[in-house]
Design a protein around this ligand. Sequence first.
Ligand code: ADP
Length: 425
Amino acid sequence: MAANASSLSAPWSDRIKRAAIILLVTAIVLGGLVVLTDLSLARAIFAFICIAAAALVPWQLHDGARSSDAEPRIDPVDSAVVRSLVAGLPDPSVLLDRAGRVLHFNQEASELAPALRRGELAQSALRAPEIVATLRQALATNKMQRATYVEHVPIDRWMELVVTPIPVPTHFGGADTCMLMTFHDQTPLRRVEEMRADFVANASHELRTPLAALSGFIDTLLGPAKDDPSARERFLGIMRVQATRMARLIDDLLSLSRIELSAHVRPSSPIDLPPLVRQVVDGLEVLAQERGVEVTVDIPETPVIVPGDRDELLRLFENLIENGLKYGASGGKVEVTLVETPAEIRVKVRDYGPGIAPEHLPRLTERFYRVDVGDSRAQGGTGLGLSLVKHILNRHRGRLLIESVPDKGATFTAVFPKAAAVEAR
Ligand code: ADP
């Protein structure tokens, strides 16, 4: 502040010095003329007053011109710096004056509100009641205000609006206040939050169902069926199925979270696929017999190596082949083939069951998504199998293809890129 004061007073002291010198010289000259010539004292005083006044007036004009040359009148709000600052903000941003008129806005803001125009009231382009109310509040209180609102057009978007008062210096040395409006799109966060809430709700529902069955049977065994050995035997059998279902669900949930946690780490152990696929088919032989399904295997005898995680790959093929046996049992046949092309390795599981209607195909890998919840539960399904398959394949840099024609069966293909296989050798 002290530095500012001295810099402001400097021109004034210069002016006074210059005025004093001019007046001194004028007084000496006029004095000399009065003494040496016949100039009257009254005329000399009059001339002195005129020169003094003339000496002062041009200084004022001169100083005015000087300030407009050396220090151009830059409106701090209108300066290129402020414009670039607003343009460079990552979120949609609009700078307003105290009256709510638009001073600047960035490209992101014009995408959010195409009707925004410089010099016009922001409210004519941003009409959501929440925006208008928040802006009014900020103008009235001169304090930062926040609000969240939902944009419905063209799609639902959750936005957070922040209106920040910004004091700015004016031409005349005073201060004014601008309002900076920034909009932050919270839709991705909301979606993640919704997914998390859905997931918790689904998981607890899936666990609660077998748990409710278990406690119901425990009550029956302690009460009405206490002395009924045949009922006890039957109920204990059902209880075992429910307990197995709970264990499987917890197992799937843990696997899913473990695979998700390590999604960015690519597995690297060299895995020979043909023996691994055969091992899975052998392990499911009992289930195939129970369901009356014949499993045919067409895979090369030679090694086909991919960089992978053995347990995860076992889980992947187990889920695909087991689904074929469970949901495609009516077709009586499941084919497992492994094809190696120059670009990729494809392991295909084809069944001849009822297939899947096209509208379900895009959602099959969502957690807990089932075409028929009752059927899935009856088969001991958790609704997490294909989600696990997708995550395992993602981690292996592969992909899952699902093809189905209703009444003609379904084909699930795990595709591994060949480049990955070559790297592992
Ligand atoms: P689940 O534990 O219910 O089997 P999945 O994620 O493995 O869960 O499968 C999701 C749903 O996809 C199943 O509930 C079933 O409706 C359908 N599905 C999966 N595989 C097949 C198939 N081979 N044929 C018909 N429907 C299938």
